[in-house]
Structures are given as structure tokens and as C-alpha cells.
Design a protein around this ligand. Structure first.
Ligand code: BTN
Length: 283
């Protein structure tokens, strides 16, 4: 495993077990959990050299009752998934591909809130390691100098009025070089190395991301979306600007006013009415 040396996890208090396909399951030892009983994210890790998609593997684990907070990481993905059925460029050894298994007691309508929670955690970790404040483009694209540096794919299984599990898959372009991006995303994507001109240690970045995800998720569970929203809005630059949004119902435009308590974007339309967008993508 090139991404994270296993011995390092052992030193951090994890027990290690080899699993198929070619990977490791790391479990935080009970004496460590006793010291930090409140920790949610990172009690269990699954590490793989290469798999199709960390979200797909997390889905299988979650169906098998894998506990909340489990993290699936791969050094490369063969079929990395982006939003709207797109492919996520996932070369080996340079970036981070990670999925968090979450089991919040919320209704399926509130699931998009976890996009904001994950985006805030990713933005904070990026700012911490790179010293550059990224922009969050509603709901969860992370940009530096208007180019995409990280993306989030949320998937959910629910029954009746209750979320069974939510998978928050995050891909961060860390050390990939400009010339390595495929032609179709070359002008749209960037990496932390391109933006800072410096090599970024993936292990250190991963640690920051897991800590931020744990902290943001616990704040969300104990206080709800409001405190997350306050911090999230601070990373967004669209307020008062005209935006065009692709929604499941088609395109819509308006002035970006605010995000409400459910995480929906409020758009001021030409005739003065306010449109509430629950899911979509700013163009
Ligand atoms: C987007 O289109 O912006 C979302 C990209 C999400 C990519 C991540 S990489 C880790 C996880 N596994 C996947 O297959 N996709 C997500």
C-alpha cells in the first residue's frame, strides 16, 4: 500500500487485517476508543491499492451493516464516479479518493445537508494544508482560482421516512500535474500542487480531512445545520450574483440570495419571486 504505510496505522492504535480484494481493514483498538469515546469518523478504515470506486465498495459494506464513520480509501479508482453519471479522473498515487459511511437519524429530504457538511470539511482541510482559501460552489464543488480541485458525490439508501445510510464520497486533486489531466477537464480542473507550486503530503492532508469531517459531522449531529451553514457561507462567493443552475427540472437563473436551513439555494427571480432549489449544479 503506497498511500498510507500500514505500520503508521499500527502506531496510531489500529489493528490490521488483510482482506479481499487486495486491501486492509484497520480497526481502532478498544483502549484508544476509551480515550476518545466521542470520535465517529475513522474508527474503521478500509485501504485499497486499486478498486472500481470507493463509493461502490462502501455501498456493499454499508449493506452488510458496516458501522457509521467507517472510511474507505483507495490509491486509484478504475471507475471513479462523478455527479450526473460523469467519470471521476482517479489516477494512482497522486490524489485522494475517500468515502465516509454515515448513518444520521434524519429524513431522506434532509440528506442533501450532508453535502454542505462534507464540502465544509473538505474546504477547511484544503485551507489548512495549502494555506489558500478555496471557494465552495453550491452545493459542494470546491474550487481554487475558479478551477475544480475537489468534488463530492453523495449517495443514499433510505426506507420509508428514514435514512438507512449516506455515503459521502470525496475526491481531491492533490499532486496531479496540469499535463496529466485528460483533455476534456484540463482547463477546468486544478490540484493543490498546481495551485501552491508545492508538493503536498497526502498522508497529512488525509489526516486533516478525517479530523475536519469528524468535527463537522459531530457539530451537525449535535447542533443541526445552522452552525455548519454559517461557516459554509463564508467559503462561497455567489451571494448577490446572477447564476444559472441546472436542476433535475431543467435550467433556471436568478440572483443567489442565500441557503436556507435545509441547505436549499434561494434564487431571486426577475419578477421578484424567490425560487428554492433543493438540488442542482451551478453552471
Ligand atoms: C463530482 O462530480 O464533483 C463528484 C466527484 C466525486 C469523486 C469521489 S472520489 C471518491 C468517491 N468514489 C467515487 O467513485 N466517487 C467519489
Amino acid at each position: 500500500m503506497i498511500l498510507y504505510p500500514i505500520s503508521l496505522f499500527e502506531r496510531m492504535g489500529y489493528s490490521v487485517q488483510g482482506i479481499k480484494p487486495e486491501g486492509y481493514r484497520l480497526t481502532l483498538r478498544p483502549e484508544k476508543i476509551e480515550k476518545e469515546p466521542e470520535i465517529i469518523i475513522g474508527k474503521n478504515f478500509y485501504l485499497f491499492e486499486e478498486i472500481d470506486s470507493t463509493n461502490d465498495l462502501a455501498w456493499t459494506l454499508a449493506l452488510e451493516d458496516e458501522e457509521e464513520g467507517t472510511v474507505v480509501i483507495a490509491n486509484a479508482q478504475r471507475k471513479g464516479k462523478g455527479r450526473r453519471g460523469r467519470h471521476w479522473f482517479s489516477p494512482s498515487g497522486v490524489n485522494l479518493y475517500v468515502t465516509f459511511i454515515l448513518r444520521p437519524c434524519i429524513s431522506p429530504q434532509k440528506a442533501p445537508q450532508l453535502s454542505l457538511v462534507s464540502a465544509l470539511a473538505a474546504a477547511k482541510a484544503i485551507e489548512k494544508i495549502a494555506g489558500i482559501k478555496p471557494e465552495i460552489k453550491w452545493p459542494n464543488d470546491i474550487l481554487i482560482q475558479r478551477k475544480k480541485v475537489a468534488g463530492i458525490l453523495l449517495e443514499m439508501k433510505s426506507h420509508e421516512d428514514k435514512v438507512d445510510f449516506i455515503l459521502a464520497g470525496i475526491g481531491v486533486n492533490i499532486n496531479v500535474g496540469k499535463d496529466e489531466f485528460p483533455g476534456e477537464i484540463k482547463d477546468l480542473a486544478t490540484s493543490l500542487r498546481i495551485a501552491t507550486g508545492k508538493f503536498i503530503p497526502r498522508l497529512k492532508f488525509g489526516k486533516f480531512l478525517f479530523q475536519e469531517m469528524d468535527s463537522c459531522y459531530r457539530i451537525y449531529l449535535s447542533q443541526g445545520l445552522s452552525s455548519i451553514l454559517l461557516a459554509w457561507k463564508n467559503y462561497s462567493e455567489i451571494w448577490g450574483k446572477k447564476v444559472e443552475i441546472f436542476t433535475p427540472k431543467g435550467y433556471t437563473t436568478g440572483l443567489a440570495l442565500d441557503v436556507d436551513q435545509e441547505g436549499a439555494l434561494l434564487l431571486l427571480k426577475e419578477k421578484g419571486e424567490v425560487e428554492r432549489i433543493i438540488s442542482g449544479e451551478i453552471q
